[in-house]
Write a protein of this length. Structure first.
Lengths: 440, 408
């Protein structure tokens, strides 16, 4: 304490000394510079974000729709956003949104498009929707509900998740086959150079590498604990990343065809429960210019990851996702992340009965350079109760989230698509631009 | 309007159905349960590397859990020691340092004089593509868990050892080689080896088994047990046999309890003996548990603990119950218990708490694929080893009453 006071006093002495030496003119000049700098900072923030920066886009022609999960992706070749919308039971609508035409269109249902029999029912696309450099579109399917597990010989038991490919130019779906019997596929990513597909299975958390050109599926084994981390992601060279049960990054080095494990776990708040650690990463977004991949963990940390072609690169702790007040810092749930053209990260906090503000989902802005963050908008949870999606940005800098409103707030419920036996969720796509107004 | 009402009603019913299933299972949660982290790549802790750690052999001596692993093809296995008290791995040994070119330790460990352990290996293929030579080896564990391995040599060129048992009185090991299915006898003191072709599959049998795409590891006896001077095991197709150690003779017994139409799958993959002298066996083909009175040779089919094939391990707890592992790929293995009074209890996938340096707060580890099971000498602990790319140990102390944890 004494040292701190002394240092401050020294600082003051220096200032007064400087002031005396240079006089009032210099003081006024410095004040002017400070004012200019402050003005620049204000301008940098742009106008205050209002409802006009955000719009909700509905999914037409699917009366039984209930939710969306991580099932969203942006196709750079066609400048379109694809989304999988589900009734959370056995019907998944495949949608395409064209920002230029401002039109959301149902392309069909995946069981019809992918020639699935009724016993091959799929309850969700839980994976991202990813794209090859040729614009070919890939996703995986998910059992998504309780009858998936342990009821393999049930009359309506789950057979397993499929890889699917969509050709946007011909509007045709190709069923690329099932991965593992009885296992869902929770996420997918792609090496855009070779179209090698990566996937992770549920509930056994197997990491899979699939080459559709050769119909070659490699099962690299179980990497997780009792809860399956939901997100995999790729770097600039097409290597793929997952986490193990210690929340250490696990990299598939595609040139060597091997898994490489990080020595250390990703940053976590002290005291983060094991159940949060084993669930790993919930979303990511890429800064292509600076070669940084931003990550959000289930323990509510934002991390800047600097991938390397060989080995695993350094990570930087950017702090928590939001101020949590009386709640522990690891509690907020953030299954989404986007990186704006303004160099800032945007994410929606809330979902699965877990909110920082009661019955409200908050849109956050985080400046990764300064680590400063702020709430820029609040939604009542019946409008927007949860949003998913990683790194979805169109050519005009619009950011997208796959959102859903909880019709009746269901605090504490792990899954709120139904409440007291009734459908309680309305899926919508969130379109957001931090620097300009958006239109549907 | 009617359509919407109907849709809502259907969704309501589906949701009721879904919710009831969501809460349909509970996790088996005895008061004392824990997992030991055995496998973890790129760690300074004593841990096994990926793809070389499937726990296929287990035994407990005092505080030490001794494990033997199976590796992926072209890789080599380990022997490891974990401490029940410390709840962590205390020593590991790469078998390749002592006996190069081995693939798997699948025989389990036979405990001889002065706690000497004996086990056999299956080998990797040689560089020319021919069958490798499996070895018999001895393991001695020091008080601090140090592992000393002695190579006892190859039994038959081009053959591995699939199963092994010990007659402690005779100080003699009995085993089945793979792929030929040759029965052998190894006298520990003299190192004398005798081989017998009596239980090997005939040409006609092999032809039938190939029709069902079955190889030697699918039809040879994966487990042997000694009781009352007899060595019990299975032979193709779907039969039990015993070897009389006094007469050096074989006798084919009745069929393994089977499901009709699945005889070719019949194979004993686990045995254990109760304190009353009866032996209990598990049929890999259909997952039946059966008991044999070793004196009368009477076989009794006790039924199937779960609706899957495989019965990979059996061991008695101090509560007098028989604990076993049923099922496996492409489904999930289940822990079950059996006794004469209560019959079978399906305890599901065990999910226990793992605490280790770096995860001091504890994480839950769920055993989907379990390969082997054993008991501590006093029966206090039941220990299970996983059959995974990164395999761990799951341990519990049988209680009188279990609290069930609702699955999440």
């Amino acid at each position: 304490m004494k040292n701190e006071t002394k240092a401050n006093m020294n600082g003051w002495k220096s200032f007064t000394f400087f002031h005396r030496m240079r006089g009032e003119k210099l003081f006024i000049m410095m004040l002017l510079v400070w004012c200019i700098m402050a003005e620049i900072e204000v301008k940098g923030q742009g106008k205050e974000i209002t409802k006009k920066n955000i719009t909700f886009i509905e999914y037409p022609d699917f009366p039984g729709k209930v939710s969306t999960w991580g099932s969203i992706g942006y196709n750079a070749k066609y400048n379109t956003v694809f989304i999988g919308v589900t009734n959370h039971h056995d019907r998944v609508g495949f949608y395409e949104y064209n920002p230029a035409l401002k039109k959301m269109k149902l392309k069909g249902f995946i069981n019809d498009l992918g020639y699935l029999r009724p016993y091959q029912w799929q309850a969700k696309i839980h994976s991202k929707i990813v794209f090859g450099s040729d614009g070919m579109t890939y996703f995986t399917t998910d059992g998504g509900e309780s009858r998936e597990e342990y009821l393999m010989d049930h009359p309506a038991g789950y057979v397993g998740g499929f890889f699917m490919k969509w050709n946007p130019s011909t509007n045709t779906m190709t069923n690329l086959g099932m991965a593992m019997p009885y296992e869902s596929l929770k996420d997918i990513d792609i090496d855009m150079e070779t179209n090698l597909l990566y996937a992770v299975s549920y509930p056994q958390a197997h990491f899979l590498v699939f080459d559709p050109a050769k119909n070659d599926l490699r099962d690299l084994g179980r990497l997780g604990s009792s809860h399956v981390p939901r997100v995999i992601f790729t770097d600039w060279w097409g290597n793929c990343y997952y986490v193990d049960w210690r929340q250490r990054l696990v990299k598939y080095e595609k040139d060597k065809g091997i898994l490489v494990f990080a020595k250390n776990s990703l940053p976590a708040f002290e005291g983060t429960p094991g159940g949060k650690i084993i669930t790993g990463i919930t979303a990511f977004a890429k800064d292509h210019e600076n070669k940084i991949i931003y990550l959000v963990t289930y323990g509510a940390k934002v991390i800047a990851f600097h991938p390397q072609k060989e080995g695993i690169g350094p990570v930087e702790d950017l702090g928590g996702v939001a101020d949590t007040g009386d709640q522990p810092e690891w509690t907020p749930y953030v299954p989404n992340l986007n990186f704006g053209n303004n160099g800032k990260l945007y994410y929606l906090v809330g979902g699965h009965g877990n909110y920082v503000k009661e019955n409200a989902t908050i849109l956050m802005e985080l400046n990764p350079k300064t680590h400063s963050r702020r709430i820029i908008y609040e939604f009542p949870s019946n409008e927007l109760g949860e949003a998913t999606g990683s790194d979805i940005k169109d050519k005009d800098g619009n950011l997208y989230f796959a959102g859903r409103g909880e019709l009746i707030p269901a605090p504490g419920q792990a899954s709120s698509e139904y409440f007291e036996g009734k459908p309680n969720s309305q899926p919508i796509m969130v379109k957001f631009n931090p620097t300009k107004e958006v239109q549907k | 309007m009617k359509k919407h009402t109907l849709l809502l009603f259907v969704l309501f019913l589906l949701n009721l159905y879904s919710e009831s299933l969501r809460a349909q299972y509970t996790f088996f949660s005895p008061k004392e349960n824990f997992a030991i982290e055995v496998s973890l790549p790129n760690s300074d802790l004593k841990r096994l590397p990926i793809y070389r750690n499937s726990i296929s052999s287990l035994i407990i001596i005092g505080d030490h859990i001794i494990g033997g692993t199976t590796a992926n093809e072209g890789m080599t296995p380990f022997v490891f020691v974990a401490s029940l008290k410390q709840r962590q791995v205390v020593e590991i040994k790469d078998l390749n340092e002592i006996i190069p070119g081995q693939l798997a330790i699948q025989t389990g460990f036979c405990r001889g004089e002065s706690n000497a352990l004996f086990a056999g290996t299956l080998a990797n293929k040689k560089t020319d593509g021919s069958n490798g030579d499996g070895h018999l080896f001895q393991v001695d564990i020091g008080q601090d868990g140090t592992i000393n391995i002695s190579d006892l040599g190859n039994i038959l060129p081009g053959e591995g050892i699939l199963s092994l048992t010990l007659d402690a009185e005779k100080k003699t090991l009995y085993g089945v080689s793979c792929p030929s299915g040759t029965f052998f006898k190894y006298v520990i003191d003299t190192k004398k080896i005798s081989t017998y072709k009596n239980i090997a599959a005939t040409g006609e049998q092999i032809k039938t088994l190939k029709e069902y795409d079955l190889g030697p590891e699918n039809y040879l006896s994966r487990s042997l047990i000694q009781a009352e001077g007899f060595i019990f095991g299975s032979i193709p197709i779907n039969s039990l046999f015993y070897f009389d150690t006094k007469k050096d003779s074989f006798q084919v017994m009745k069929d393994i309890p089977e499901v009709w139409g699945r005889r070719t799958l019949g194979q004993v993959e686990s045995w254990t003996r109760s304190t009353n002298g009866k032996i209990y066996g598990g049929n890999a083909g259909d997952g039946q548990l059966f008991e044999i009175d070793p004196i009368t040779k009477k076989i009794k089919n006790l039924g199937k603990p779960i609706g899957m094939n495989r019965l990979r391990g059996l061991s008695f707890g101090r509560d007098g119950k028989l604990y076993g592992i049923a099922g496996g790929q492409p489904g999930y293995a289940h822990l079950f218990s059996y006794d004469d009074q209560d019959g079978f209890t399906d305890l599901g996938n065990p999910e226990f708490t793992m605490i280790a340096p770096g995860i001091e707060q504890g994480i839950l580890w769920r055993g989907f694929q379990l390969g082997t099971i054993t008991s501590s000498e006093d029966g206090k602990y039941i220990v299970m080893g996983e059959d995974e790319s990164l395999s761990q140990l799951l341990i519990f102390a049988p209680d009188d009453k279990y609290e069930q944890r609702i699955g999440k």
